[in-house]
Ligand binder design. Structure first.
Ligand code: FES
Length: 269
């Protein structure tokens, strides 16, 4: 009896991959055959197979970033056929399966492209800019009490749900790669909202949003022009509504900072 695995038809595709030896050298697309591919392989497993073949022939394997391979860490970041993370909706590259492709397909694979994400090698980009934004304010440093205290601070269900939605951002950078302005506003909006929706995030709410937006601007990300490409490719389906929330938070904090009462300014509040 033919097992289910044996009955799955292996197939072959051609990869057109961006190869770039380092950050300062020019890159180019190079074609590679990917043969005997199982539809059940993830996209990264398929790249592993291609790299095995390249290694056997003494060629340089394709460099690509990955860690969890479970859609959690946000490390795997390729643009596949023009779409960050590939053809699926709500999935990262590591959760994209070869069953999304067909025999004979030409699959174009390139790194996330944005000025703030310089290419390190092949498909690997430097996304330290996101770390800097996070370090500027994506945390709570005030005392939030002991663990049992959390149960004594009621949080409306709607806010808790929204905070959880925002917290699902894995910081992969697909939103930036998809945006024609390379805007990081969906990422920043998720990080600001995740904390700004909760009581524990209130004491530093204004300071947080001002610092994170300033760091975002300094890192070279563009602005949002409401195209919503970001939320369309987000592997966690984070809504662009969070960008409106970010803008409101930012304007409110800016207003308060500009028109701070003299007594507060003197006290350094
Ligand atoms: S490897 Fe971690 S999200 Fe894809």
């Amino acid at each position: 009896m033919v097992s289910e695995i044996q009955s799955k038809k292996l197939f072959s595709v051609t990869l057109r991959v961006w190869r770039q030896a380092g950050p300062t050298v020019p890159g180019k697309f190079v074609d590679y055959p990917a043969t005997n591919i199982s539809p059940d392989m993830s996209f990264l497993e398929m790249l592993d197979v291609v790299n095995d073949e390249l290694t056997k022939t003494g060629d340089e394997p394709i460099a690509f970033a990955h860690d969890c391979r479970e859609g959690i860490c946000g490390t795997c970041s390729c643009t596949i056929n023009g779409k960050p993370h590939g053809p699926g909706k709500g999935v990262a590259t590591c959760q994209t399966y070869m069953r999304s492709f067909h025999e004979g397909d030409l699959i174009i694979v390139e790194p996330f492209r944005a000025r703030a994400f310089p290419i390190i090698k092949d498909l690997v980009t430097e996304r330290k800019a996101f770390d800097k934004i996070q370090q500027a304010g994506g945390f709570i440093s005030v005392r939030t009490g002991a663990a049992p205290d959390a149960n004594s601070i009621p949080v409306p269900k709607e806010d808790a749900d929204l905070a959880m939605d925002a917290a699902s951002c894995i910081g992969c950078g697909a939103c930036v790669a998809a945006c024609k302005n390379a805007s990081a506003m969906l990422f920043v909006a998720a990080k600001v909202s995740q904390l700004g929706l909760l009581p524990q995030g209130q004491p530093e709410r204004d300071k947080r949003v001002l610092a994170m937006v300033q760091t975002m601007d300094e890192a070279g990300f563009g602005n949002c022009t409401n195209q919503y490409e970001c939320s369309a490719v987000c592997p966690k389906l984070i809504s662009h509504d969070f960008i409106a929330r970010l803008n409101r938070d930012y304007m409110s904090a800016l207003f308060k900072a500009r028109f701070k009462p003299a007594s507060h300014a003197a006290a350094g509040d």
